[in-house]
Design a protein around this ligand. Structure first.
Ligand code: UDP
Ligand code: MN
Length: 372
């Protein structure tokens, strides 16, 4: 073999090696790119696989809450009943990742959304029959500065998901410790009167979803929505994660009734969401979550509310209590019921923390009481 031929062979092999390397690198990049592009779509389909099977109605009945909203609409507002197709299982106008616009006033939100939303905050798709009706229940007091931002963001979000929905703000009357769970019970019972709704989203006013692929449709099991939040740098591995049920969650009426709603005895910050997680477990259900890439929320800032220092003791004692503490034991009075352009406002007297023996017990009293 001549030296020249050998050199030529070596150079060809070298060139081939480089070509092969370049080729490999290129294909890897293309595959990676395709994977990234496909990722959202694949996950979106997965979200549907985990869905409750749903028969689509072919005739528009305009769904839950519509009667209530139409009673208060003007005549030119009235909806003619038409035969419409069901909305597609994947809403066609989703955007994926969303920017949250902060510091929007209620009047700005009204100017932007007034046309697409009926008085009381009702809305539904006009060209197809919504697959799901959802009551959005927001516990509220003294957070006026967050309401416009919430309404502005949520109406766009829910409309793009082609849901039949309404937003209810449930305000606690008075200055007693805040009782989020009682307000959620009131919200469920009051919005139910205008339903039935397929599901109920129990939703803090300061939690804003950052990806509209995170669909607010009902699931076969109670669903925790606020999986990754900006205030904890979207970490999902903190110690409470698996039992965490705070911020926002979504349940069907059957789920809510099975656990007798929320506990009424948590006054001040904390515990009521963990209590609900336990109720769900006691009732042989499980909490579902969608991937944190979608179940991602921007949280708005505020001053912290007074903490309930007895929350762990109350929580420990909740085995079996849910049968008697919840929807079947709440006493409340609706003090005002007002339709605003973008939401229904319910002001409720939910009672006093002083009538609730567990709230003001010191730790030692608590132990004494529990050992009796
Ligand atoms: N909330 C309210 N006013 C209050 C306290 C709480 O409106 O004074 C409502 C509001 O919807 C809020 C939710 O209850 O988002 C949860 O309370 P908070 O934000 O204090 O709890 P966090 O999750 O931030 O610890
Ligand atoms: Mn908050």
């Amino acid at each position: 073999m001549g030296v020249g031929r050998c050199m030529r062979g070596y150079l060809v092999r070298l060139a081939l090696t480089w070509e092969a390397k370049a080729c490999l690198l290129l294909s890897a990049t293309v595959v990676l790119l395709l994977c990234v592009l496909q990722r959202d779509q694949t996950h979106l389909q997965l979200l549907h696989v985990s869905d409750v099977p749903r028969e689509l109605p072919q005739v528009s009945t305009e769904g839950a809450g519509v009667e209530a909203s139409m009673r208060e609409s003007t005549s030119e507002d009235s909806v003619t009943r038409r035969v419409l197709p069901g909305c597609p299982s994947t809403p066609p106008h989703l955007r994926g990742k969303l920017e949250v616009e902060e510091n929007v006033s209620v009047s700005e939100a009204e100017a932007r959304h007034g046309l697409g939303v009926r008085p009381g905050g009702f809305s539904w798709p006009l060209h197809c029959v919504a697959r799901w009706s959802v009551a959005i229940i927001v516990p509220y007091r003294d957070r006026q500065y967050q309401v416009g931002t919430f309404l502005n963001h949520m109406h766009s979000f829910l409309q793009r998901q082609q849901l039949n929905y309404s937003i209810y703000l449930i305000e606690q009357e008075g200055t007693d410790l805040f009782n989020r769970a009682r307000l959620l019970n009131v919200g469920f019972l009051e919005s139910r009167k205008e339903g039935p709704w397929d599901c109920y989203a129990f939703h803090d006013v300061d939690m804003l979803p950052e990806n509209d692929y995170h669909l607010y449709h009902c699931s076969a099991q109670p669903r925790h929505l606020a999986v990754a939040t900006s205030n904890t740098k979207y970490r999902t591995y903190n110690f409470k994660y698996y039992t965490y049920y705070g911020g926002a969650c979504l349940m069907t009426e059957a789920h809510v009734r099975k656990v007798n709603g929320w506990s009424n005895i948590y006054w001040g910050w904390g515990g009521e969401d963990d209590d609900m997680w336990r109720r769900i477990a006691f009732a042989d259900m499980s909490v579902w979550r969608y991937p944190s890439h979608y179940a991602r929320y921007k949280t708005l800032q505020h001053k912290p509310q007074p903490v309930n220092n007895n929350r762990y003791q109350i929580l420990e004692r909740n085995t079996g209590r849910y049968h008697t503490d919840g929807l079947n034991s709440i006493n409340y009075t609706v003090k005002a019921f007002t339709r605003h352009p973008l939401y229904t406002h319910i002001l409720a007297d939910i009672g006093s923390s002083w009538n609730n023996s567990l709230t003001h017990l010191s730790t030692s009293e608590m132990h004494r009481e529990s050992s009796q």
